[in-house]
Design a protein around this ligand. Structure first.
Ligand code: C5P
Length: 265
């Protein structure tokens, strides 16, 4: 049995530059990953099966189609390898800007690849077809993403940095957030995320104003170095100088919000 971690993805900065003719947006983003995430297990079986456990399994089951089974179908079509029993331990909130579905798909590909001797490098085209963030999740390391997010350039990260993830419990549609972007190019991204922005924050806040409350509360915590929304939201994150400050901030969030202290990897 192969057990593969599906770490949550963060966009430390996300600059939207233009709307392309194909309907996608040209981005510059700084991807990072954290220790907390979902877990995918894969083992050879007589027949294909898929099951879910975890706090957010029910939320995902309600969505119908999921990226893990689509990833497995793409792998089977390209590389064969027979039937598999796949389980997903769903620990990340669904439709929340931290790439849960993309991380799961990438982890399923890595697990299937390990089982059948297919290197990760051979699966980037499958990953790209599954979604804009799936190649970054397949890489699983700090990287600049350009294009739809699929053109990746690895960059040094800051492993071990304490991070607090906070989700106010509102699912927001990525497509709808992008649709509400105002079309203004606010300029290129630098490597230092502190100098960057998330251009999807304003459109996401139109849909879910509570994101503003999360960001305000995170930014007010002692020893925060950066507080920002990830992806198309609604999950926000804060980077801290110390674990103690991160743990203390976790205790200061509103009851009912999903709050997860973790670290950059
Ligand atoms: O690629 P993915 O299926 O994850 O994207 C979901 C939706 O987000 C797309 O249908 C598109 O509306 C929007 N999107 C975008 N520009 C990107 C990535 C996603 O407009 N670079």
């Amino acid at each position: 049995m192969i057990v593969e971690a599906a770490p949550a993805k963060l966009n430390l900065a996300l600059h939207v530059r233009t709307l392309r003719a194909d309907g996608y947006h040209e981005l510059e983003t700084l991807f990072a990953f954290v220790e907390h995430g979902d877990v995918v297990t894969v083992e050879p079986a007589e027949a294909d099966s898929f099951s879910m456990t975890g706090a957010f399994a029910a939320a995902l089951a309600g969505e119908g189609d999921n990226l893990v089974t689509r990833a497995a179908a793409s792998f089977a079509q390209r590389f064969r390898g027979g039937a598999h029993a796949i389980t997903l331990d769903k620990r990340l909130p669904v439709a929340s800007g931290i790439g849960g579905g993309s991380a799961d798909a990438a982890a399923a590909l890595r697990a299937l690849g390990r089982l059948h001797g297919v290197p990760n490098e051979a699966m980037f085209d499958i990953a790209e077809a599954l979604g804009s963030d799936v190649p970054a999740c397949l890489l699983g390391k700090s990287a600049i993403g350009r294009g739809r997010g699929e053109r990746l350039e690895p960059v040094p990260g800051r492993p071990g940095t304490p991070v607090l993830l906070v989700n106010p419990g509102v699912a927001v549609s990525t497509a709808e957030v992008f649709r509400r972007w105002d079309g203004v190019d606010r300029g290129p991204m630098a490597l230092d995320p502190l100098a960057g922005r998330n251009d999807l924050e304003a459109p996401a806040r139109q849909i879910a104003p509570v994101i503003g409350d999360v960001l305000e509360l995170l930014a007010a915590q002692p020893d925060v170095t950066l507080a920002r929304m990830s992806g198309s939201g609604a999950t926000c994150f804060a980077l801290f100088d110390s674990e103690g400050a991160c743990e203390a901030a976790a205790r200061s969030m509103r009851p009912g919000w999903w709050v997860q202290p973790t670290r950059l990897i």
